[in-house]
Design a protein. Structure first.
Length: 421
């Protein structure tokens, strides 16, 4: 991903067919910021020990994060005391630590959660420590920004794109879709017996909203006003795919892992999904040949806009200025371009540094489409800040009304807009 790159929507992609077995990487990758000095205090009194809290527990994540942290800590002259908290418990744990003044020296957060924690005053602006954020794309910095100040940096990011089964498309004489019309035509042609043309996640959780955003944003829809024809039009596309039988009605219950399972099993010719599932794809379906294209757009030449995923690393307000300074040194080295390349390769995630991302695409062609998709991606919280979760719920609720109850998309999303005031 470079500042000069632009999505090649409307242009047939260079065909790069990948066998999952050839891309296997040891370990599984799962998918899964104005701070005041009253944020709390670190529980570690040892000035030479930097306490880190994150939620990485799968081998590919855990091992490279640990080794990278240890390496940069050695350069700074400190040691790392790392604590892993289950992802679904992290925010509650952070709030408890803030209340009890036991915040860590470095804290990892899923980027949509940064707004809530930063608004509580628990985090320090990274500019306070002179941390260099040059080289990071604005939209990636937005994911770690609260009220105009950067509180968190993502060394690597992810997004979603469209995987397709190369053999099935070739057998059907179908080209990888680039527009919505292409997508509907291809999905219909690829639907045969118990094989659906496409799988995606429309579940009533944030995953369902995450998967809907590329269609909503690429159609000109906006989270600040859900009651527009552009938002309803994206919902209509999903509804058409289901009602026409090109997608299973079960999409309303599938998480992203479930959708990928359909693809692995040959029950879906295409699937909207992310690079975190590539290792599992390699392990579970080693003989499956696949490729990836960007999320199709309404009309040829439009920009495919997807959401940015990934975690941001922050410096909490512990009240210990010296330890915060040391933690900042660790963080600066941790997010270096070199370390981004290492972590990206191990975790199938995309370096946040623009030059590093361009290098990464050359070295990992199976992930080049995701690098390109990231180039036009944006933060979910960039416009709504801490209000994003409420809107995300309104979006997935409206889609459930459309797909489960048969409510007209314009009606469902007008009600969603009204519910937000």
């Amino acid at each position: 991903m470079s500042p000069q790159s632009s999505p090649r929507t409307g242009v047939r992609p260079t065909r790069r067919t990948f066998s999952a077995a050839a891309l296997a990487v040891p370990g599984l990758v799962a998918l899964s910021a104005c701070g005041g000095s009253n944020g709390g205090g670190s529980s570690s009194g040892d000035a030479s020990t930097i306490r880190v809290v994150d939620y990485y527990n799968t081998p590919a994540d855990d091992e490279v994060i640990q080794s990278t942290l240890e390496a940069v800590a050695s350069e700074v002259g400190v040691t790392i005391n790392r604590e892993k908290v289950p992802g679904d418990q992290l925010i509650q744990k952070v709030l408890q630590m803030s209340s009890s003044k036991t915040l860590p020296d470095i804290l990892m957060l899923d980027n949509p959660d940064l707004q809530e924690i930063a608004s509580s005053g628990a985090l320090a602006p990274l500019e306070d420590f002179g941390i260099d954020t040059s080289g990071f794309k604005k939209e990636i910095l937005d994911a770690g920004t609260y009220e105009g100040k950067v509180y968190g940096l993502a060394p690597t990011v992810n997004t979603i794109a469209l995987f397709y089964n190369t053999a099935l498309l070739e057998e059907a004489g179908v080209e990888p879709p680039t527009t919505w019309d292409d997508l509907k035509t291809a999905a219909a042609a690829l639907t045969d017996g118990d094989v659906y043309g496409i799988a995606f996640s429309a579940i009533a959780t944030y995953e369902g909203t995450w998967q809907f955003l590329p269609f909503m944003w690429s159609n000109g829809g906006d989270e600040t006003d859900l009651g527009t024809p552009e938002v309803a039009g994206a919902a209509q596309l999903w509804a058409d795919l289901v009602t026409e039988g090109s997608a299973s009605k079960s999409v309303i219950n599938w998480g992203q892992g479930d959708a990928m399972d359909q693809f692995k099993a040959g029950k879906a010719a295409m699937v909207v999904n992310g690079p975190w599932n590539i290792n599992g794809l390699a392990e579970d379906a080693p003989d499956l040949s696949w490729d990836v294209v960007m999320i199709p757009v309404p009309e040829a030449g439009a920009t495919s806009v997807a959401p940015l995923g990934g975690e941001v690393w922050t410096i909490p307000q512990t009240g210990d200025a010296e330890k915060q300074k040391k933690a900042a040194e660790v963080l600066q080295k941790f997010v270096s371009a070199e370390n981004q390349l290492t972590m990206g390769a191990a975790r199938n995630t995309i370096p946040a540094n623009t030059d590093a991302a361009a290098t990464f695409a050359e070295e990992h062609p199976e992930l080049a489409t995701f690098v390109e998709q990231v180039a036009s991606a944006r933060s979910r919280t960039g416009k709504l800040g801490p209000d994003w979760p409420t809107t995300a719920k309104a979006i997935y609720t409206a889609n459930q009304q459309v797909l489960v109850d048969g409510v007209d998309p314009e009606t469902a999303f007008a009600e969603a807009a009204a519910s937000l005031g």
